[in-house]
Structure formats: structure tokens, C-alpha cells
Write a protein that binds this ligand. Structure first.
Ligand code: PEP
Length: 251
């Protein structure tokens, strides 16, 4: 059975002290509770090691990016090996903000994915269309191309280590969520794309998260869809009072 995951993406929010505090609060809130999904927090690079040290194994830690090079003269970059050496288990790759503001292409993301996998990290690989593409009915071709261009070079075994996150760009941070029907429709399509390349078993085992203004009031309805395996949560992951009910939407 594929994993259910609720992953937070703190983006560029929280000082180190605030981040450690939030992680500890989340860890304490989860202690002794029955949790029916994996819980992950995607934290700024400066916070990773401290957050790893502040939580139990019930909270996985993700970097929000890693370099497309293994090591060397790349000032300011953080390699997948460095991320792995902190104890983080995941790395968010291809977030639409990185694609749009930092010029991350499919080719770059292909390299990042290979390095993440080579260092034992689980990529949470983001795909999704912008509003104009949705309005033109092109969402399926957009997500298919994003998957094909960055991931279909992988062996079936390696593809099996990827978590996909479908995030319609028009829903990120806008308060405008995809409807449960829209989410199910495109998640099922994404799974069919994976099945066509790697077969039904790999597709069935692929975790596909939904992201885009997911919150305590819509999580249950979104997660009730057969092809929605959890969420990648931005704004609502910045306070335990908002994040915990999303995790509990699986209960
Ligand atoms: C995100 O950035 O991955 C995201 C889904 O943000 P938000 O939940 O704030 O829309």
C-alpha cells in the first residue's frame, strides 16, 4: 500500500529559534496520538540539523531544495549529500516558486533528483500548471511533460522512491483550492501516466500529494479521493493549530 503523507513547507519563514520551537510543539502534539499518515516538515536549510535534533522519528524532515551538482565551487549551494548528512530524509524539488523565481528547468531538476536519490533522500517532486494553462485545458499535458522530462529517465526501482506533489500554481498561497473533483481527476491522470511508463504496480504504489491552499477545512474532502494520498501544505503548516487538524484528517 502506498504511503499517506502530510508534509509542511515552511518556505522562507521562521527564524531558527522560531522553527525549532514550532517543530518541538508539533512533536509534542503528535506524541501518544494515533497518526495514520507520515508527517514531514520542509524547513529552511539553516534549520534542518536543529529541527532533526528536536523531533522524534514520527516527524520526518525535508530540505526545500538541493544543488544540481555533487560538490565543489558553487558558492551558496547546498548539496544533496550535505542535506542527507543532517539527518533529513526528504527534499522538496521542483516547487513552482523555484521553477518561476530561480529558473529551475526540467533538466536541472533531473540532475537534482538523481543526486537526491544517490544520497538516500526521498524527493517530494512538485508538478503543476499555471492559471493560463488550466484555463486553456492544458493541465494534463503540462504535468505529463514535467514528469517525463525530469523523472522518466529513472529506473522503475528509483521511480518507486519518488513522492509526487501535484500543486496547481493558481492554488498556491491564494486561498483558492482545487475542488476535490479537480484534484481527483488530475491525480488519477498522473497515476495513469506513471502506469503507462512503469506499470500498474509502480503507479499504485506512488504517493501523490495535493498542494495548494489545503487547510483544516478542506483536507478531509481532498484526502477522501482515491488518488489523493495526502498534502503538501504551505501557509497552514506554520502553526500547529492549523497543521495538526490536516494530519488528523486521515483519522
Ligand atoms: C506550497 O507552497 O507548497 C503550498 C501548497 O502553499 P499553500 O498551502 O500556502 O498554498
Amino acid at each position: 500500500m502506498r504511503k499517506k503523507i502530510v508534509a509542511g513547507n515552511w518556505k522562507m519563514n521562521k527564524t531558527l529559534q522560531e522553527g525549532v520551537e514550532l517543530a518541538k510543539e508539533l512533536n509534542a502534539a503528535l506524541a501518544g496520538k494515533t497518526i495514520n499518515c507520515d508527517v514531514v516538515v520542509g524547513v529552511p536549510a539553516t534549520h534542518i540539523a536543529s529541527v532533526v535534533a528536536s523531533v522524534d522519528s514520527v516527524v520526518g524532515v525535508a530540505a526545500q531544495n538541493c544543488a544540481d551538482k555533487a560538490s565543489g565551487a558553487y558558492t551558496g549551494e547546498i548539496s544533496a549529500a550535505m542535506v542527507a548528512s543532517t539527518g533529513a530524509k526528504y527534499v522538496i524539488l521542483g516547487h513552482s516558486e523555484r521553477r518561476a523565481y530561480y529558473g529551475e528547468t526540467s533538466e536541472i531538476l533531473k540532475e537534482k533528483t538523481l543526486l537526491a536519490l544517490a544520497n538516500g533522500l526521498t524527493p517530494i517532486f512538485c508538478i503543476g500548471e499555471v492559471l493560463e494553462e488550466r484555463e486553456a485545458g492544458k493541465q494534463n499535458e503540462v504535468v505529463k511533460a514535467q514528469i517525463e522530462e525530469s523523472l522518466f529517465n529513472l529506473s522503475a526501482e528509483d521511480f518507486g522512491k519518488i513522492v509526487l506533489a501535484y500543486e496547481p500554481v493558481w492554488a498556491i498561497g491564494t486561498g483558492k483550492t482545487a475542488t476535490a473533483e479537480q484534484a481527483q481527476e488530475i491525480h488519477a491522470y498522473i497515476r495513469s501516466v506513471v502506469a503507462a511508463k512503469y506499470g500498474a504496480e509502480v503507479a499504485d504504489n506512488t504517493t501523490i500529494l495535493y498542494g495548494g491552499s489545503c487547510n483544516a477545512s478542506n483536507a478531509k474532502e481532498l484526502f477522501a479521493n482515491p488518488d489523493v494520498d495526502g498534502g503538501l501544505i504551505g501557509g497552514a503548516s506554520l502553526a500547529v493549530a492549523n497543521f495538526l487538524p490536516i494530519i488528523e484528517a486521515w483519522n
